[in-house]
Write a protein that binds this ligand. Structure first.
Ligand SMILES: Cc1cc2nc3c(=O)[nH]c(=O)nc-3n(C[C@H](O)[C@H](O)[C@H](O)COP(=O)(O)OP(=O)(O)OC[C@H]3O[C@@H](n4cnc5c(N)ncnc54)[C@H](O)[C@@H]3O)c2cc1C
Length: 388
């Protein structure tokens, strides 16, 4: 067992931490008010050489990602970004996931063209499966339909929560192939910016939290997608359980957000005059213990991805994510008890972290996660991609 970061991991942790403190934190309120994408933060990450974290080294990336050589590397960037701005943290997570999927599943020319654009020009990517009503229908049961036509597919439907949807070079969306059963009826499509038939719906993004991770609804109206823009063989996303490779990116956000709340308390309690109060001290200790325990679950889960046993990596990632959410909720409760009402003015950083955390933790159904782990231990059939 080795609990030390490698020099490269430490470099990413420190670089993103400094960017977060000096640049992302001061910009966070503006993007929260406007519900606008923190593009300058993403450009800062590009300038620091960090938009290719989950792209393979042969293309000039850093080889991270759950299916990459150094799974922890990108998670450190997500964690440290979320520590100052949870919305930017989600943008980094979704960009890294989209890039990683294209890297591992794309054709050589898709990899070169699209991932080359990330490395050379700072292009952004995403991945959108979400659709209205999907929670009830199930993760892969998509009503956005890709109808096979000469040379490609004609796509019709509505996607929602398309993070970075207005800012990416290619929207990676998932659709159901007309009249084809799952899993082979599930397909990934790369839709270029400005494609005829693709519209981002104005006013479709106005949540109470995570406002900077702008995630509009996208309408697809007879949108033609050529064979060259089809990503991977039909069914590959469910069959290779790519959704399970998503868990840790969320866990890193909850960890980073909890650290962000802790940072605010360290700064605020002395100003409030309560740093010597025994109860404030005790709560700070409790919060610290929670954060550090989550950190090692997340880091161990990342390590498991490099050990070759995918099932264990998936299950332990769910463990880390579950614990990260429970701890985030506890952190908020404990922080509120010692911060007091004055730190919760509507435009305060503390309020923003609380709103962001409340919305972002809805990515998981804790009960279903726990039940999945229970099924495994009881020898029952289970699915690590069960999510909501
Ligand atoms: C900050 C944030 C960022 C996100 N980013 C992404 C992302 O990048 N990619 C991604 O794939 N997902 C993303 N998601 C979405 C997430 O994965 C879930 O899909 C989403 O949170 C599900 O919300 P829900 O359970 O309320 O929706 P659901 O319960 O699935 O749907 C509720 C909505 O659907 C409508 N509805 C229900 N049934 C029907 C029907 N039959 N026909 C039409 N409308 C219907 C309801 O009126 C309501 O508007 C993001 C979510 C958040 C909060």
């Amino acid at each position: 067992m080795n609990f030390e970061m490698t020099p490269r991991q430490k470099h990413v942790y420190d670089t993103v931490g400094a960017l977060g403190r000096e640049r992302f934190a001061p910009r966070a309120a503006k993007h929260d008010v406007e519900a606008s994408t923190p593009l300058e933060n993403l450009r800062d990450l590009y300038d620091a050489g960090l938009l290719g974290l989950t792209i393979s080294e042969d293309l000039g990336g850093m080889g991270s990602g759950t299916a990459g050589k150094d799974p922890l590397l990108y998670l450190l960037a997500v964690e440290q970004t979320s520590r100052s701005c949870m919305s930017t943290g989600h943008c980094v997570h979704i960009h890294c996931h989209g890039a990683h999927y294209i890297d591992k599943v794309g054709t050589p020319s898709q990899r070169e063209k699209i991932l080359g654009g990330v490395i050379k020009h700072g292009h952004l990517l995403n991945a959108t499966g979400s659709e209205p009503g999907r929670t009830a229908r199930g993760l892969y049961s998509l009503v956005t339909t890709a109808e096979p036509v000469q040379g490609g597919y004609r796509v019709n439907g509505l996607k929602n929560y398309a993070s970075l949807g207005d800012d990416v070079e290619y929207n990676l969306i998932f659709a159901g192939i007309k009249d084809r059963a799952l899993p082979d009826g599930h397909v990934g499509l790369l839709i270029p910016r400005g494609a005829p038939g693709l519209t981002s719906l104005p006013g479709s993004w106005n949540p109470i939290g995570m406002r900077g991770s702008t995630s509009p609804s996208l309408k697809l109206d007879n949108c033609f997608v050529s064979d060259e823009q089809v990503l991977g063989a039909p069914g590959i996303y469910p069959r290779e359980r790519w959704q399970a490779k998503f868990h840790l990116g969320f866990a890193a956000q909850y960890l980073g957000g909890s650290e962000g709340i802790f940072d605010l308390l360290v700064e605020y309690l002395p100003k409030r005059g309560t740093a010597s109060d025994p109860y404030a001290q005790m709560r700070m200790g409790e919060i610290r213990i929670g954060i550090d325990s989550v950190r090692w679950l997340v880091y161990r889960a990342a390590w498991l991805w490099s050990q070759g046993d995918m099932q264990q990596a998936e299950l332990f990632s769910m463990t880390a994510k579950h614990r990260a959410i429970e701890n985030a909720v506890l952190t908020m409760d404990r922080a509120a008890q010692i911060a007091g009402s004055s730190s919760f003015w509507a435009d305060s950083a503390m309020s923003r972290f609380f709103r962001d955390m409340r919305i972002q933790t809805l990515h998981e159904n804790l009960d279903k996660t726990a039940a999945t782990l229970g099924k495994f231990h009881l020898g029952q059939p289970f699915d690590t991609t069960t999510r909501l």
